[in-house]
Design a protein around this ligand. Structure first.
Ligand code: PAF
Length: 305
């Protein structure tokens, strides 16, 4: 299967390195010419503990250069999905399987309206931190769930899942991907904004009683919204969030990475989306509201905007 990864951020680089390590030819589609040139020349460096290994990838900003992809893994941020779909339009026309790997919920209506190809969702618990462009630190292995939301099933998804497993990434097809999306969303609700606010790795939150309490309240607000929407989330979302903090203790969350790099964050697609949905059910969500505005303020002042 010819795989193209769209977006060489932390997750995109991790997947590219692990597929390349397993012997696959991987293409990375970027929107930044200089970064694509760098990755194409130097490859992706995977840092695991004290080990560093460089893997060759084909990186480009030109979809025509990587025509014939059978699977497109969309690894951009939720807010960038719309631009990524526009950039990949020439590849999408070829009818590949599109797999959306974002945190949050805001990109889902965009995919529903304008994916232009069969698409699936993936939810991963793998941790990855981008040190510099093309240099990614593996922050903890975790399961990746794949599935179709309302769309017809496509048999290429099973092939892709096999490739993930063969490349050492535990993965499977979930019969209820919406529940898996929400399970992950609740974890992101509890972890990401707080790591950005406290400027700390995931595991540090466990040692901060005030942060733990805020985490508990934020996750329970989100769980109430899930319940109101009829989503069958897994039991004990707070316990699972704490477990992810432990399993990815040294990881710098994607939101904190964004804040540190002066980029926009996914807070509106995560905590902000809980606030928006809670309002439609008249459910109070003051903790998620506060987390959203704190992160928006932090990222505005860090980016100088
Ligand atoms: O967004 C992230 O950083 C990750 O989803 C997670 C699981 C919180 C680990 O850092």
């Amino acid at each position: 299967m010819r795989i193209t990864i769209v977006g060489p951020g932390a997750l995109g680089c991790l997947l590219a390195a692990l597929f390349s390590k397993a012997g696959h030819q991987v293409s990375l589609l970027d929107h930044q010419v200089s970064r694509a040139a760098l990755l194409d020349r130097k490859g992706v460096c995977l840092v695991e503990g004290s080990r560093r290994q460089v893997y060759a990838v084909r990186a480009t900003t030109k979809p025509a250069a990587i025509a014939g992809s059978e699977a497109l893994l969309l690894c951009v941020k939720s807010a960038d999905v719309i631009n990524a779909l526009a950039q990949t339009a020439p590849l999408i026309k070829e009818g590949p399987l599109l797999v959306s790997m974002q945190n949050g919920l805001r990109h889902l209506p965009i995919l529903q309206d304008s994916a232009g190809a069969p698409w699936a969702l993936a939810v991963t618990a793998m941790g990855a931190t981008l040190a510099t462009p093309g240099v990614v630190r593996f922050g903890g292995a975790g399961f990746t769930h794949f599935g179709f939301l309302k769309q017809a099933a496509d048999e290429r998804l099973a092939v892709l899942v096999e490739l993930f497993n063969a490349a050492g990434m535990r993965a499977g097809i979930s019969p209820d991907i919406e529940a898996a999306v929400w399970d992950k969303l609740l974890i992101n609700v509890g972890v990401n904004a707080l790591t950005a606010i406290y400027d700390c790795p995931n595991g540090k939150l466990l040692a901060l009683p005030k942060a733990r309490e805020t985490m508990r309240q934020a996750v329970l607000e989100a769980a109430a919204v899930a319940e109101a929407r009829g989503i069958k989330i897994s039991p004990d979302p707070v316990g699972r969030t704490l477990a992810v903090c432990r399993a990815t203790a040294g990881n710098i969350s994607s939101m904190l990475q964004d804040v540190r790099q002066g980029r926009g964050t996914e807070v509106e697609a995560i905590n902000g989306e809980i606030v928006r949905l809670a309002a439609t059910f008249n459910i109070p969500a003051p903790v998620n509201e506060r987390l959203t505005s704190l992160v928006l303020n932090i990222s505005t002042s860090r980016s100088g905007g």
